[in-house]
Design a binder for this molecule. Structure first.
Ligand code: ADP
Ligand code: MG
Length: 256
């Protein structure tokens, strides 16, 4: 049944950089409205997994399925590549990514930053995109910063602009890669608040984070990645309250 088709499904994903095997068979599923958090030590493969999911990176084995549509591949193993550029574009624009370092364009105003991809990638009408961009900037609380340039904003404001930019693509899901890690503690919370709002609206999200409080509060499901494999996963209450894995308990005690 259509309503049970996951927005994104990753099955048995394997990814190597040369000799280095980073993902060794990972499965992740996010249904509509799910918030899935990915936690784990630095180097465990979290960013790689997100980048593979939206096809910014190639992977060598396993399936990536977007709304029931499996990515079509050509070649195999180290030569495996997506076969259909239109499919890649469709998936990438529907899984909007928010990065740790915001990645705003320094030479564009905040409004231009938010409008750029819907205009150039999706070819949507300018007046419609302008309206949507202002709406999303309002939503993240920086509607008054349309004409400012990124360098004039605090880190928290820049990250909120990056979230507005991702939302303006009207994606099926949002992928966050450590969205608060580059921020001073007092600015982190304004970004956490926005992410909590999005979660309560029923947005589908996969969030890589080392903010365990946020992961606890927003997630339906938490996945602990260890050296390219899922070591333990479950609802936040279980993962944070009654972890079975010694490694996960060690990881959690190191983060608090
Ligand atoms: P995490 O996000 O969990 O910290 P990453 O996915 O960034 O981990 O990295 C996983 C492993 O892959 C690390 O050992 C890292 O050094 C390696 N790695 C990441 N990106 C590349 C790359 N472009 N080329 C080679 N090795 C990489
Ligand atoms: Mg990372």
């Amino acid at each position: 049944m259509a309503q049970h088709t996951p927005v994104i499904e990753i099955r048995d994903l394997h990814k190597s950089y040369g000799e280095l095997e980073v993902l060794k068979g990972v499965d992740i599923t996010a249904h509509k409205g799910d918030v899935v958090s990915l936690i784990g030590s630095s180097g465990s493969g979290k960013s790689t997994l997100l980048r593979c999911a939206n096809l910014l990176e190639d992977s060598q084995q396993g399936d990536i399925v977007f709304k029931g549509e499996p990515v079509k591949w050509k070649g195999g193993g180290l030569h495996r590549r997506p076969a259909d550029p239109h499919q890649v574009l469709r998936i990438r624009t529907n899984l909007s990514m928010v990065f740790q370092q915001f990645n705003l364009w320094a030479h564009m105003s905040i409004l231009q930053n938010v409008m750029e991809a819907p205009l150039t990638v999706l070819d949507r009408p300018r007046d419609e995109v302008d309206h949507a961009a202002r709406k999303y900037l309002d939503k993240v609380g920086i509607g008054d910063k349309c004409d400012a340039y990124p360098a004039q904003l605090s880190g928290g404001q820049q990250q909120r602009a990056a979230i507005a930019r991702a939302l303006c693509m009207e994606p099926e899901a949002l992928l966050f890669d450590e969205p608060t890690s580059a921020l001073d503690p007092e600015l982190e919370q304004e970004v956490v608040r926005v992410i909590k709002d999005l979660a309560s609206e029923g947005r589908t999200m996969i969030i890589v984070t080392h903010d365990m409080n946020m992961a606890h509060d927003v997630s339906d499901h938490v996945v602990f990645l260890h050296q390219g494999l899922i070591e333990e996963q479950g609802p936040p209450e279980t993962l944070f309250g009654a972890a079975k894995s010694e490694r996960l308990r060690g990881f959690l005690s190191s983060t608090t």
